[in-house]
Ligand binder design. Structure first.
Ligand code: GAL
Length: 657
């Protein structure tokens, strides 16, 4: 079975609507809903008093309708009574302002009262619904990622720091507290980063984000363990969210959930949305070690800054199947029914304000039918990739700091660009995580690895990459990589620090470029954003800067190392140039496109014996199949070339290829 459904909030509606809901869910082929995510004030209207009757009734109705439930713990939104009774559990921001209820996520994860209340409601739900036949999964909380700087947080931060650094001298050294007289002579002097006079200490900020990730993980695992004590066989997950504000290192969290669940909201309305979908799917598959679940996406409107955009017909289907192609065990949405009020009253839904007689619901019905027919593909092995891009949350956090050489350094944009270039070069791509213990062993699966802005790197990870290159790997290192150790201290002797010897280069000076500057390299490469004065020390120069003070100096280098090759890009290539270069490196590494001769707008994903073809363009495309196949949705035999309509998709099950 593939999961198909979304957030369902029956507590927002009179019970007479529930019967319609279940009937419409059946019509659409919904298989699972996430229930009760923000229902704490309905489940526990007063401290210790529970009202489960309504939840019992809807759980039963869903079960009668053949719909399974990912039952949530509602701890992302404590009720008003809780915050009034426990004001110390309200979060304090960096300016010292204590927030109050009125939105969601208004709690301090280090407050004992909050943690106790969260465990209590989790236990109450675990006890009550342990044997319920609709229960398929526990959905703990919602999108962990909040932040608090209060005194309770300060205490927890100090405990975490003692654990990480052991000794105050070690911390002083790691944080370079000799700079600006910040040397600590007692643990009690250390604070979370709070509003201060000028630039904060970047190592303190970085450790604080690591701490928050671990602190929130502790809040998750204690609920998980409570639930497991009632239902050892029911998987427990929480939905991961991506965003610059999120202090959660999902690569580490993945080991603690039974199934990686990811929310993804593309923020581009044009073809960028498909590229982001591919990016999110590949990253989630990396976190999940293959299998994962798209827990939320928008059924219709895509948010871009300041505006919502309706999805064109077919786009909901292509996006949804795009995640499935990349290993998702289904497609879930925020949300089932569009609300009448509340903060997100215009957020799209499978059943919109217009009702079921609407394009989005009709498309959902068709999608539900397709997913039902695809149920037999649910066990297909996830897509295999021989190319990976590195992802490292601490490098992201470090590059969000103040005092960097350019204010527009954007880690996420750099990683997305590398993935996009490979997507456009039609190469199947995965992710590696240099911060994980398992990183050295994970490299063996790949022939090519790209490191965009891998700013922080440990000696161990750098050495593993060196060994992997010598054994035949093709490594592409982007600028701002290898610069600092995991504490954020610069590696001395020239950039890119940890990779200097491997790459056979030494960059002695940075030349950050204004965004409007274009740098032409002598091989036609178009670049910008950044430049460096690079000296080669063993590497061959592939392209030179042609203008300004760097004219004639190396910009792109290549060095053969053992059986492999290590490339250095000291500047930011534009999309076309990066696509060309990464495509060339991939071919040298022996990794070809998923299918030869694909038109620009067509995306192909190979997953086991399935070939997913998505036509994101408006014009029908005739595509060659690598052998005889059947249409995995309709069962129709396919031979030779297939035509995929503009905006359409086709999933071919290849026979014995
Ligand atoms: C998600 C969140 C949902 C809803 C949605 C709106 O991040 O989990 O509750 O707020 O965003 O896009």
């Amino acid at each position: 079975m593939l999961f198909f459904g979304g957030d369902y909030n029956p507590e927002q509606w009179p019970e007479k609507v529930w019967d319609d809901d279940v009937a419409l869910m059946r019509q659409a082929g919904i298989t699972m809903v996430s229930l009760g995510i923000f229902a704490w004030s309905h489940l526990e209207p007063r401290e210790g008093e529970y009202e489960f009757g309504w939840l019992d009734r809807i759980m039963d109705r869903l079960h009668d309708g053949g719909i399974r439930v990912a039952l949530a713990t509602p701890t992302a939104s404590p009720p008003p009574w809780f915050t009034l009774a426990h004001p110390s559990a309200l979060p304090v921001n960096a300016d010292g302002v204590r927030l109050t209820h009125g939105s969601r996520d208004t709690y301090c994860a280090s407050a004992p009262a909050y943690r106790a209340a969260a465990r209590r409601i989790a236990a109450a739900l675990g006890e009550r619904y342990a044997g319920h036949p609709a229960l398929a999964m526990w959905h703990v909380h919602n999108e962990y990622g909040t932040d608090c700087r209060c005194d309770l947080t300060a205490e927890a931060f100090r405990t975490w720091l003692r654990d990480r650094h052991g000794d105050l001298d070690v911390l002083n050294e790691a944080w370079t507290t000799a700079f600006w007289s910040q040397r600590y002579s007692d643990w009690s002097q250390i604070m979370p980063p709070r509003a201060t006079q000028y630039l904060p200490n970047p190592a303190q900020v970085l450790d604080f984000r690591r701490f928050l990730s671990d602190e929130l993980l502790g809040a998750f695992t204690e609920q998980r363990d409570v639930l497991r004590s009632f239902t050892p066989d029911i998987p427990v997950t929480t939905n991961f969210v991506q965003g610059g504000w999120v202090s959660v290192d999902h690569a580490r969290w993945a080991a603690e959930v039974d199934l990686v669940a990811v929310d993804h909201y593309p923020d581009s309305a044009g073809p960028g949305a498909e590229e982001e979908t591919a990016f999110a799917g590949d990253l989630a598959r990396g976190w999940g070690g293959g299998s994962w679940l798209l827990m939320e996406t928008a059924p219709n409107l895509i948010y871009t800054p300041g505006r919502m955009h309706a999805k064109e017909p077919g786009r909901l289907t292509r996006h949804s199947l795009g995640y499935v192609a990349r290993g998702s065990r289904g497609a879930m949405y925020f949300q089932w029914r569009q609300p009448r009020g509340g903060a997100e009253l215009f957020h799209s839904a499978l059943v919109p304000h217009a009702g079921a007689d609407s394009p989005v619901f009709r498309e959902a019905v068709g999608l539900g039918r397709a997913l039902k027919n695809l149920a037999t593909t649910a066990g297909a092995a996830p897509p295999a990739a021989r190319i990976a891009v590195a992802w490292d949350a601490p490098s992201w956090w470090a590059l969000q700091g103040a005092g960097l050489p350019a204010a527009d350094i954007d880690y996420l944009a750099a990683v997305r660009q590398a993935h996009r270039a490979l997507f456009r070069a039609k190469r199947q791509t995965g992710f590696v995580f240099p911060g994980l213990e398992s990183f050295p062993e994970s490299l063996g699966a790949y022939s090519m690895i790209v490191l965009p802005h891998l700013y922080l790197v440990s000696d161990r990870a750098a050495a593993a990459l060196g060994d992997w290159v010598a054994a035949g790997g093709h490594l592409v290192v982007g600028y701002l990589s290898g610069i600092a150790d995991p504490a954020g201290r610069i590696r001395l002797g020239g950039y890119p620090g940890a990779f200097r010897d491997l790459l056979g280069v030494r960059a002695v000076e940075w030349h950050p470029q204004p965004p409007e500057t274009t740098l032409l390299l002598d091989d036609g490469t178009v670049a910008g954003r950044w430049a460096e004065r690079v000296e080669t020390a063993g590497a061959a120069t592939v392209a030179l800067y042609t203008s300004g003070v760097l004219a004639g100096a190396p910009a792109i280098t290549r060095r053969e190392v053992g059986a492999g090759v290590a490339w250095y890009l000291s500047t930011g290539l534009d999309d076309d140039s990066l696509e060309r270069l990464l495509g060339t490196v991939a071919s040298e590494a022996g990794v070809g496109p998923v299918l030869e001769g694909l038109p620009r707008d067509v995306e192909a994903v190979r997953r086991d014996d399935l070939l997913y073809l998505f036509n994101h363009g408006p014009v029908a495309a005739s595509l060659p199949l690598p052998g005889p196949a059947v249409d995995a949705v309709t069962g129709r035999p396919l031979h030779g070339a297939v035509t995929v309509a503009g905006g359409g998709c086709l999933i071919a099950r290849l026979s014995a290829v």
